[in-house]
Design a protein around this ligand. Structure first.
Ligand SMILES: [Zn+2]
Length: 277
């Protein structure tokens, strides 16, 4: 089994590298073998050129117990998430360019654009910037761990998790593909958004497939706005700047903007001016 897992980590590393999700020695991958042992990628290695021999084994406390190379410096991020979610076997971290660009621009990833994203990912959480490799960065994941399977690390990259290495990787690839499409459509000059009913229908579908979505279980959440993780992204300085879905409540610049109220004010002013003429 160990050899098979190591090979799968190398294969996913190859895909990460070929997709351009990890330049230089960026990125790291892990898999939990049993209650106390995790196999992970080493530090200072291209993810596209790893062999099973290069991988390390660490304990859940982060002590390396096997492998000729030194373990990834980002191991705390992986282990903290695994301790929080016993069902999670694998964690993938890398710097996919389109999703990471949202993390650098501090732009929220809008909802209500692609059906697959609504169903498979839902609202993508953002966590505030912290030094790579630190326990502080690892702890940023705790508030979102139970409500998502992927997240954006501000000014850094992405993290995704799952029951196999391939599944953990899927969410990163889907997220980056979505961010790429958003940018392409934005360049064309328009992004069409689903109605609240369209989103509601997709959430119903999700329920039928036994996929949970915090939008359906939390009180007072607007299913079309980035509400679920609002506290976190506001703290991280994110907002709707390039992508402003209809009815969006906040531009993330510290001022709450009610689009409907603003439209009413403008309409009133225009009507007044016309009357004056
Ligand atoms: Zn990184």
């Amino acid at each position: 089994m160990l050899e098979q897992i190591k090979k799968e980590i190398c294969d996913i590393g190859d895909r990460i590298y070929k997709k351009g999700f990890a330049t230089g020695n960026d990125g790291n991958i892990s898999y939990r073998l049993n209650e106390n042992e995790v196999v992970c990628t080493p530090t200072m290695i291209s993810k596209g050129f790893m062999t099973p021999d290069d991988l390390c084994i660490v304990t859940m406390n982060g002590e390396q117990i096997a492998g000729k190379r030194k373990m990834t410096s980002e191991i705390k991020l992986h282990l903290t998430l695994m301790k929080e979610l016993p069902e999670v076997k694998s964690v993938v971290h890398c710097h996919p360019p389109y999703a990471t660009a949202f993390g650098i621009a501090r732009e929220l990833i809008p909802l209500g654009v692609m059906p697959e994203i609504e169903v498979q990912l839902g609202e993508v959480p953002i966590v505030h910037y912290a030094i790579p490799g630190s326990q502080e960065l690892a702890d940023t994941i705790l508030p979102i761990a139970h409500k998502s399977r992927v997240c954006v690390l501000a000014n850094h990259g992405t993290l995704s998790w799952g029951d196999t290495v391939e599944h953990a990787y899927w969410w990163t690839e889907m997220l980056d593909g979505y961010c790429r499409l958003l940018m392409l459509a934005h360049n064309l000059g328009n992004v069409g958004y689903f109605s609240r009913q369209d989103i509601q229908d997709l959430l119903e579908l999700k329920k039928r497939w036994n996929l949970t979505d915090p939008r359906t279980s939390l009180e007072g959440i607007d299913i079309g706005d980035n509400d679920v993780f609002r506290d976190l992204w506001e703290k991280a300085g994110f907002g709707h700047r390039a992508f402003v879905p209809p009815g969006t409540k906040s531009n993330g610049l510290g001022n709450a903007v009610d689009i409907d109220a603003m439209t009413d004010i403008i309409a009133e002013k225009v009507a007044k001016k016309l009357k004056e003429k």
